[in-house]
Design a protein around this ligand. Structure first.
Ligand code: WTA
Length: 667
C-alpha cells in the first residue's frame, strides 16, 4: 500500500473516533452535558427573543431595549431602542465588577533580548490602565475633530495600542476600519476611499520575523493614491537606535505622533450612548466579485454575540489566561482577541510577531511563560508546527493549558489528533469553530464541557443558530448528503449590510437559496447531526485561513502591462489548505520566461499583499472557454489540482483541445 492511500485510511479511521468531554472539565463547565446543550438550544430556536433578551442582561445598557428583534427578512434589527457603549462594557463595567487591577491585556513583542527562551518585552495592562489609555486616546481623536459616525482607519502591528485605537473609536462612536498590516499600499488606498475615512492610525513599523514591517511607509505610499486623508496618527513602535536611525517620512500638519496626541489628554472621556443598531465597525473581506467589501457590524447584537460565544465556547473562568494568535486585522482578532474577551473581564494575550521567530518553539515558550490556559489558532499554524517537529513543543511545560481551539479553515483529522496529543497531552478538549467575517460570532462549534468531539468536524450549532444543509431550492438534504451550508434565522452578530453598497447585501447573501443566508460553504451533516465543512463553493479561496477572491487576484494580474487575460483558481495545498494557481495569457509581443513569472508574483504582492502571491503561474496560448465565452474554471481547477506543469515551466500550454472536449459539458 502506498503512503498516500494509507494516510487516507488513517484519516477515515480518525474521523470515526469520538472523544467525550473530560469529566473533570464538564463538572465545572458553563454547560455540563449534551442534554443541557440540547435543552438550551431548543429554547433558543423556539423562542429566540426570550433567549437573547435574557442573555443581553449580562451587558450594561444605558437604556434598555424596547424590542429584542425586528425581523423583516433579510433585514434584522436587534435590541431596538436600546442604548449602550462597547468600550463601556469592555472597560468601565469590568472595573465596576471589581476587576480594575486584573490584567486586561498581556502583550509580548517579537524581538527577543538576552537569554535564549526568555521571550521579548512584556507589558501587563490592567483594566483600569486600559480604560485610562482608551479615554486619553479617545479625547485625542476628538481633539482632531473625529466625531460619532466617522470612519477611522487602523493599520497597526499587533500591539496593545491597536486595541486601544479600536476601543477609543468605540468610546466616541466612530466606526473603525482595521486593515491587516500585511496588506499593500494599494489595498489601503482602496479601503480608505471606499470607507470615506479621513484619519489613519498607524505605527512607524512593526516587528515580524526579525524584520521591520514599514507600516508608515505603506501609508505614505497609499496617500499618494488618495487625497482623502487629513490626519495620520503614528505610534512609535520600532523607534530609532544609533544603528538603525528613523527612516520614516514626516508630513508636517498631517502626521501626528501618538504620544504627543495623548500627552495632555484627560483620562476621563464619557462613553457615547450608542443606539444598539449604530455601526461599530466596517471590516473589508474578499468576496466572489470585484474588490473586497466592507462588512458592516453594529453595536448591540455584535457585542452580545461575541460576549456570549466567548463565555460558552471558551468556557471562560475568572483566572483564565486566553491567547488567540490571530491578528486584529481579521475578524477573529476583532471578536476573539478584543471585544469578546474584554466584555467578559478576561485576560487576553497579544503577541506581536511570527510563530517561528526566532524558531518554532516561540508559541510554546509564550504559553509556558504566560501560563496560558486557552489557546485558539488556525489549522495552518498547526500543520506548520507538525512539520517542524514535536521536539519544539516537548521542550516546554504546557500544563497550564486546559482548552484548545481552531478557526478559519477545515482542520484535517491528522492535524486535529496532533494538536490534541502533542499540544494538549490528550487532556484538553478541542473546539473547532466555524464562522465568518459576516457572521461576526462563532456559529458552529462544540461546547467543551458538553459536546463529544470527532476530529475534523465543527460539530453542532451555537445557541440560536439555525444552520442547515440544503440544495439550491432550500430543501434540506438527508444525512451525509453534501449540500450548501445556510443559516435560516437571524442571529445577533450577523452583518447588517455592505458599506457603501446597500443593494448588494440581499443579492450576495440572501438570493442563492431563497430566504436563507447562504454562507458560500459546502458541507454535510452526519447521522449525529454534526456539520462537516467542505470549504467554499464560490470563487473565494482560503489560503492559510485567509480569505481571497479569485477575481481580486485576476484584476491585479491584468493590471500588469504584459498580461492580456488571467484566470485564478484554488488548488489543494498540503500546508496552506489552499494554494493559488494563476493561468495567464500575455500580450502578443510578450514572451513568457522565468523572470516575468517572478515579476507577476511580486506584482500581485504589491497590488494586494504578500498573502495573495500565486503559488503557480502558468502561461497559456489562450484560456479554455466555452462557446459562449465563459472561462472553464472547473477545467482549470482540475488542471491545477492534478496536472503537473509540463517539463519546461515557461512554455505556453495549449488548452484549446481540452476546451473543445469540454465545451458541451460546461456550456
Ligand atoms: C472557512 C474566519 C472549516 C469557511 C473566522 C468560511 C472554516 C470562511 C472554519 C470564513 C472551520 C472558517 N472549519 N472552515 N472551523 N472556520 N472557515 O471570513 O470557508 O475570514 O466561509 O472568517 O473560512 O473566513 P473569514
Amino acid at each position: 500500500m502506498s503512503d498516500a492511500s494509507s494516510g487516507a485510511i488513517d484519516s477515515v479511521l480518525q474521523e470515526q473516533r469520538v472523544f467525550p468531554p473530560p469529566m473533570e472539565f464538564s463538572k465545572s463547565a458553563h454547560v455540563h452535558s449534551i442534554d443541557e446543550y440540547r435543552q438550551m438550544y431548543k429554547e433558543s430556536i423556539e423562542n429566540p427573543e426570550a433567549f437573547w433578551g435574557k442573555m443581553a442582561e449580562q451587558l450594561h445598557w444605558f437604556k434598555k431595549w424596547d424590542r429584542v428583534l425586528d425581523w423583516k427578512p433579510p433585514f434584522a434589527k436587534w435590541f431596538v431602542g436600546g442604548k449602550l457603549n462597547v468600550s463601556y462594557n469592555c472597560l468601565d463595567l469590568q472595573i465596576e465588577r471589581g476587576n480594575g487591577d486584573k490584567a486586561a491585556i498581556l502583550w509580548e513583542g517579537e524581538p527577543v533580548g538576552g537569554m535564549p527562551g526568555t521571550g521579548g518585552a512584556v507589558h501587563r495592562i490592567s483594566y483600569q490602565q486600559l480604560r485610562d489609555m482608551v479615554c486619553r486616546f479617545a479625547n485625542g481623536l476628538k481633539s482632531l475633530g473625529v466625531k460619532k459616525g466617522d470612519r477611522v482607519t487602523i493599520y497597526m502591528p499587533m500591539v496593545p495600542e491597536a486595541a486601544v485605537a479600536m476601543l477609543g473609536c468605540a468610546r466616541i462612536g466612530a466606526a473603525h476600519s482595521v486593515i491587516f498590516g500585511g496588506f499593500s499600499s494599494q489595498a489601503i488606498a482602496d479601503r480608505v476611499e471606499d470607507a470615506q475615512s479621513d484619519i489613519i492610525i498607524t505605527a512607524d513599523g512593526g516587528f515580524r520575523r526579525g524584520q521591520i514591517v514599514p507600516l508608515k511607509q505603506n501609508v505614505d505610499d497609499a496617500l499618494t493614491k488618495t487625497n482623502r486623508v487629513r490626519k495620520v496618527i503614528v505610534l512609535e513602535r520600532v523607534g530609532a537606535t544609533p544603528e538603525r536611525p528613523h527612516k520614516i517620512q514626516w508630513v508636517e500638519g498631517r502626521d501626528v505622533w501618538w504620544h504627543e496626541l495623548v500627552q495632555k489628554q484627560s483620562t476621563e472621556c464619557p462613553a457615547e450612548p450608542m443606539d444598539a443598531e449604530d455601526t461599530l465597525f466596517v471590516l473589508y473581506t474578499s468576496g466572489s466579485t470585484g474588490k473586497p467589501k466592507g462588512i458592516l457590524h453594529t453595536t448591540g447584537g455584535f457585542l452580545l454575540g461575541v460576549q456570549s460565544t466567548s463565555k460558552y465556547v471558551f468556557d471562560l473562568r475568572p483566572d483564565d489566561v486566553y491567547w488567540c494568535s490571530a491578528d486584529v486585522g481579521w475578524i477573529t482578532g476583532h471578536s476573539y482577541v478584543v471585544y469578546g474577551l474584554l466584555s467578559n473581564g478576561a485576560t487576553t494575550l497579544m503577541y506581536e510577531g511570527a510563530p517561528n521567530f526566532p524558531d518554532f518553539s516561540r508559541f510554546w515558550s509564550l504559553i509556558e511563560r504566560h501560563r496560558v490556559t486557552i489557546f485558539y489558532t488556525a489549522p495552518t499554524a498547526i500543520r506548520a508546527f507538525m512539520r517542524a517537529g514535536r521536539e519544539f513543543v516537548d521542550r516546554h511545560d504546557l500544563r497550564s493549558l486546559r482548552l484548545l481551539g481552531t478557526v478559519g479553515e477545515p482542520i484535517n483529522p491528522e492535524a486535529w489528533m496532533w494538536y490534541r496529543d502533542v499540544v494538549g497531552h490528550g487532556r484538553c478538549p478541542i473546539v473547532d469553530t466555524w464562522w465568518q467575517t459576516e457572521t461576526g460570532m462563532i456559529m458552529i462549534t462544540p461546547l467543551p464541557g458538553a459536546t463529544p468531539t470527532k476530529p475534523g468536524t465543527a460539530t453542532l450549532p451555537f445557541f440560536g443558530v439555525d444552520a442547515a444543509i440544503v440544495d439550491r431550492s432550500g430543501k434540506e438534504m438527508a444525512a451525509n448528503q453534501g449540500g450548501l451550508l445556510v443559516i435560516r434565522k437571524p442571529w445577533p452578530a450577523m452583518l447588517r449590510g455592505i458599506f457603501n453598497d446597500p443593494d448588494r447585501y440581499q443579492k450576495q447573501y440572501w438570493s442563492d437559496v431563497p430566504n436563507m443566508y447562504f454562507t458560500g460553504d459546502g458541507a454535510r451533516r452526519d447521522q449525529d447531526g454534526y456539520f462537516w465543512i467542505m470549504g467554499r463553493v464560490d470563487d473565494v479561496i482560503n489560503v492559510s485561513g485567509h480569505r481571497l477572491g479569485t477575481m481580486e487576484i485576476e484584476s491585479a494580474l491584468v493590471a500588469h502591462p504584459s498580461v492580456a487575460e488571467a484566470a485564478v483558481v484554488g488548488m489543494p495545498h498540503e500546508m496552506k489548505g489552499q494554494g493559488i494557481a494563476a493561468f495567464v495569457t500575455l500580450d502578443a509581443d510578450k514572451t513568457p520566461n522565468e523572470e516575468l513569472k517572478k515579476e507577476l508574483i511580486n506584482w500581485v504582492g504589491k497590488q494586494i499583499g504578500s498573502l495573495a502571491k500565486p503559488d503557480q503561474i502558468r502561461f497559456a496560448e489562450a484560456l479554455p472557454k466555452t462557446r459562449s465565452g465563459k472561462i472553464m474554471r472547473r477545467l482549470l481547477k482540475e488542471l491545477a489540482t492534478n496536472g503537473q506543469v509540463a517539463g519546461d515551466v515557461t512554455t505556453l500550454e495549449d488548452y484549446s483541445v481540452l476546451a473543445k472536449l469540454r465545451d458541451k459539458e460546461e456550456s
